[in-house]
Design a protein around this ligand. Structure first.
Ligand code: DX5
Ligand code: ZN
Length: 213
């Protein structure tokens, strides 16, 4: 393992939504690097979560980077709204998008960082021609849709391979715990998303520290 700083992006999907502003302030004070925001539409994934209104509201509470993970069909349609709501990174699923290059260009034209994501069953080859256009690739280590699922360690070779081909941020999302964080870091992860492993703990600061490896 190298000495690079691993970035931790707690997913607010596991926060107490009745106290969302306080929860975001709490992860900020606890040393989180980014705020991961899981947007689900009930179509691309079975769950429905957060829209641009909530992103905009939470934007007032922190200066941390907003890392927006769009798990929605036809993501290009909503890029502008999420950008204007205060996102910093906008990541979408290639499986949900007919024109990934155009969507990346749209994100960039709004002055935002662009990411592409792949589900566990999606091969790295689906990112051919896109890697030199994005700031981040998000490799899912659970099926997108819900927090609290088990880490799929058979995704590690995908991360190792991606690391050889891509210079930007490699983000790993799903089932990250103190133990699986180590495996993801060893495989090459730069940014770890964690829902349950942060918001499910008594001390957010200790939880975040424990994930850095
Ligand atoms: C799953 C989401 C993840 C999830 C992570 O669709 O993209 O960000 O909330 O939750 P944990 O860390 O509990 O697996
Ligand atoms: Zn996510």
């Amino acid at each position: 393992m190298s000495d690079k700083k691993i970035l931790i992006a707690p997913s607010i999907l596991s926060a107490d939504f009745g106290r969302l502003a306080e929860e975001v302030k709490a992860i900020d004070s606890a040393g989180a690097d980014w705020v991961h925001i899981d947007v689900m539409d009930g179509k691309f994934v079975p769950n429905i979560t957060i829209g641009p209104l909530v992103v905009r509201a939470v934007r007032q509470t922190t200066k941390l980077i907003f890392d927006v993970h769009l798990m929605i069909d036809d993501p290009g349609q909503y890029v502008e709204e999420f950008a204007d709501a205060g996102s910093d990174f906008i990541t979408f699923h290639v499986e949900a998008c007919k024109d990934p290059a155009g969507t990346i260009a749209k994100i960039r034209s709004k002055g935002k960082k662009a990411g592409v994501s792949i589900k566990p069953g999606t091969d790295l080859s689906s990112l051919d021609g896109l890697l030199d256009k994005v700031d981040m690739v998000l490799v899912m280590t659970v099926e997108p849709g819900f927090a609290g699922q088990s880490f799929m360690r058979d995704m590690m070779p995908k991360i190792e391979q991606l690391k050889k081909e891509f210079n930007g941020y490699v983000q790993v999302d799903g089932g990250i715990t103190k133990d699986t964080a180590k495996e993801a870091i060893t495989a090459g992860a730069d940014v770890l998303v964690a829902g349950t492993a942060v918001f499910g703990k008594e001390s957010y600061a200790e939880a975040i520290k424990g994930l850095r490896g």
